[in-house]
Design a protein around this ligand. Structure first.
Ligand code: PHE
Length: 462
């Protein structure tokens, strides 16, 4: 048996893991959620979720992976072995298989969106891009989402690039690429921020993002609107988990490549910090850009692909800035897609005894299927519907409102109630900490996270 791969350096691990966390969730989703839910008020709630729960979930998943040192499905068994006890194989099936299934489904949806960013990058680079009025911007995007062949092409290119990186391995592929791309991403973000802040009227966006509108999250003079508050709170929690790449076995798998000598608490703090920083930067780029042109920050998912093209087309040097913006979005999304591939590839290598190359081929093949079926349903070429939605919307809805949370619940319950002792012991080897930290982590895993996630599922179902 070949020994398990491992990271080449601590910074490589931190950047690769941050690369997974930083993605469409930060740059596409976070600004529009903040735009829809009261700007700074949402931000404050989000910060509470990230520091109060997200960090601990991330730490738990990384430590779980590092303790088990295997693929996500065998991870539960590996802990059982350490405990010298046998628990139901259902844990592995539910937690592991669901994580893998989530990966296959989400990668299909994710590739479609990365394809859009790829196309927007190329078009703006060639100065072919521009929508001088909002109606053009809207119809341009609608046209794209109905063009099957065009999207298929861009998606396939993304799959190819991802497969090449994954086939090179953990150290020579994932780590090396992230060591280059992540600093580039931060550089581009800062450059972009400087440009946007120079726009006349940008200050309105900044003040929107910095002055809390409490009524948008349910606090007003008449008292607390509990329904609204819990809805926004759960949205913030869901966003923090998604942004930290939880629920797909990614953090577990990345953790399994770690040496027991790395200080995990510190590294997890870095990852959370970098992820948060990008969400904030994205907020400070997208919202001021929208306000500077007198547009609505509440446009929702279309903010990036409909509102911003209009903004760039009407800005001096817009094609160049559009190129930089979509390039950075593409980089962020690509490093996330890479991470979605890794749990599957690692599983296939272990279970089917495949070489990394063959395992990568299998993973990308599965992704190609999920991507093309989802795409064909989105464009109407294939009349498949689920819950009376096309597959793109249906998969997004199922994973966002149910399956990611469900997988997390299983993992948290296992980590909190069964595997806590070896996982905690593994964490302690590099960063001893007191019993307050221990109890907080354990309670988060045993109770807080499962309760909150169940609430999230119930809320989205009704
Ligand atoms: N964290 C990624 C983002 O913010 C999405 C993701 C989720 C990636 C789960 C991998 C696993 O876009």
């Amino acid at each position: 048996m070949t020994s398990r791969a491992h990271w080449g350096s601590r910074i490589g691990f931190v950047l690769a893991t941050a690369g997974s966390a930083i993605g469409l969730g930060n740059i596409w989703r976070f600004p529009y959620l903040a735009g829809q839910n009261g700007g700074c008020a949402f931000l404050i709630l989000y910060l509470c979720c990230v520091f109060g729960l997200g960090y601990f979930m991330l730490l738990g998943k990384l430590a779980f992976g590092r303790t088990a040192k295997t693929n996500i499905m065998d991870g539960f068994k590996a802990i059982d072995v350490k405990l010298k006890k046998q628990h139901s194989p259902l844990w592995g099936y539910l937690g592991g298989l669901m994580a893998i299934l989530n990966g296959v489904i989400i990668s299909g949806v994710y590739v479609i969106v990365i394809g859009w960013t790829f196309l927007y990058t190329i078009e703006s680079g060639l100065s072919l891009f521009g929508a001088h009025n909002p109606v053009d911007a809207q119809s341009g995007f609608q046209h794209l989402t109905h063009a099957f062949q065009e999207q298929l092409l861009w998606g396939c290119l993304c799959i190819l690039v991802t497969a090449i990186v994954i086939s090179k391995g953990v150290k020579k592929g994932i780590e090396r690429v992230c060591l280059w791309l992540m600093p580039l991403l931060f550089g581009l973000l800062i450059l972009m921020l400087c440009r946007i802040l120079l726009l006349p009227g940008a200050e309105k966006g900044i003040s929107f993002f910095l002055s809390p509108d409490w009524s948008a999250i349910g606090f007003s003079e008449e008292g607390l609107d509990f329904n609204l508050f819990s809805k926004v709170l759960l949205t913030a929690i869901g966003q923090s988990f998604y942004s930290l790449s939880l629920g797909m076995g990614v953090m577990f798998t990345y953790g399994s490549y770690l040496a027991n000598t790395d200080n995990l608490k510190r590294d997890a703090a870095w990852i959370v910090g970098l992820d948060l920083m990008v969400s904030l930067l994205a907020g400070f780029i997208v919202l001021p850009a929208v306000f500077a042109f007198g547009l609505e920050p509440t446009a929702g998912a279309g903010l990036t692909f409909i509102t911003l093209p209009y903004v760039f087309a009407n800005m001096w040097g817009g094609a160049f800035w559009a190129f930089l913006f979509y390039l950075l979005l593409f980089i962020a999304a690509l490093t996330s897609l890479i991470s979605i591939y890794e749990p599957l590839t690692s599983l296939f290598m272990d279970k089917l005894k495949l070489t990394r190359r063959k395992a990568t081929l299998l993973t990308s093949g599965l992704n190609l299927i999920s991507f093309s079926v989802t795409l064909a349903s989105l464009t109407g070429n294939l009349p498949i519907h689920l819950f009376s939605r096309n597959l793109f919307d249906a998969f997004d809805w199922i994973t966002g409102s149910f399956s990611l949370s469900f997988t997390m619940i299983i993992c948290c319950l296992y980590m909190g109630w069964i595997g806590f002792v070896p996982i905690w012991h593994n964490l302690q080897t590099t960063s001893p900490s007191g019993h307050i930290f221990r109890n907080y982590l354990r309670t988060s895993l045993r109770l807080t996270a499962p309760i909150v996630l169940t609430a999230l599922i119930i809320m989205s179902l009704f």
